[in-house]
Design a protein around this ligand. Sequence first.
Ligand code: 4AD
Ligand code: MG
Length: 437
Amino acid sequence: MSEQTEARDTTVSAVSELDGKLARLKGWLYNKRSSGKILFMIIRDGTGVIQCVATKNEMGEELFRRLDGLHQESSLIVEGLVHKDHRAPGGYEIQVKECRVVSEAWPDYPITLKEHGPEFLLDQRHLWIRTPTQRAILAVRAEVMRSIREFLDNDGFVEVSAPILTPSACEGTSTLFSTPYFGEKAYLSQSGQLYNEATIMALGKVYCFGPTFRAEKSKTRRHLTEFWMVEPEAAFMTFEELLDLEERMVTFVVRRVIDRCSKELEQVGRDPKDLERIVPPFPRMTYDDAVKLLQENGIDIQWGDDFGSPHETFLASQSDKPVFVTGYPTKVKAFYMEPDPERPEIVLASDLLAPEGYGEIIGGSQRIHDYDLLVQRIKEHNLPMEAYDWYLDLRKFGTVPHSGFGLGIERFVAWMCHLDHLREASPFPRMITRMRP
Ligand code: 4AD
Ligand code: MG
């Protein structure tokens, strides 16, 4: 093998491939310390951080002084020799031979290595995402989204996008965002489900994947006003098959996160052992039993009430796996849910509650396929019939039993990364009190 004299482009994550060789790395100065003759620069490049060591001897007096004076977040291209060093974070180090400053950062970078409060960090979200923990969360999010697509595509689902601007509500009228639409009123989509129910009749098994909006008036750590949701839906799918699909998809995605995001999980402080337990079967509990259990434990609830965060947290704490709660009262659930044929006061619906206090990550149900019953429900829920004329058509022309669910990406990512609040699971979170930056 001839000796390599030209530096090869690399990234922090791939640097081990160039052990003992000359590498070129493009990135940003994250931290540095200097002894006057040796400068230790911690450089991050989007894939990780690595220590680069520059000496006055190698750099020359002038360049060394310039590098020594650089502020955090200055952008750089370094060339140097990669070598293994068990003391270095990440196990490798670069001995710098050449260094080009692409841009000197201003001195007042607002996010220093000391602690900052959450509101301050959220104001600086455009910069905060550069820090290793925030970067890791976004990388886990990308893996969650990628593996969901992989699972559904391999399972025969076809991705069909649903519109964002819509004429009608899917999940109740109290959380609708409206916007003027050329003399009409449009609503930002709360869910693509109603459109999925149309596209399954064309493609059989579909999913939509995109942003959804809820004017959530409550300020909680589980609610954003804009969040991403994946919504699979299938014609002829029964309620039992729905729960099986949810279980298989969640298991697959958790496995992918463990396998492909080990560094990220370590960075965010999530022990992968906690996630290794997420294997089928997930425990199932009826709403009736859940209410009894809550009452026995002194938690205030009556049959017919919807669950709030404390109820969900308690129920999910019964297991270290996600828990299915099934058979909710018809009255507290959405208008489109199929009643249980044996007990019409409950619906064929289920929420999947994640352990460790994360609560509902999935909501799903079988849908009403009978025309007359659907008309009756639209009336009972005081929804404007004319906005649902197209939706009712689906029950006129070859209606079939069908089911689907929605999984909230930020809730899932917050659970994977063991976050206190959903806001860090979104690159630019939108909440009741925040839509900047
Ligand atoms: O239970 P939801 O409201 O169900 C639906 O929207 C159905 N139409 C989905 C379907 O069957 N196709 O919401 C589904 C999931 C929740 O389980 C939760 O993970 C997430 O969306 N979610 C939110 N995530 C963040 N902020 C909010 N305000 C959320 N509201 C719901
Ligand atoms: Mg729900």
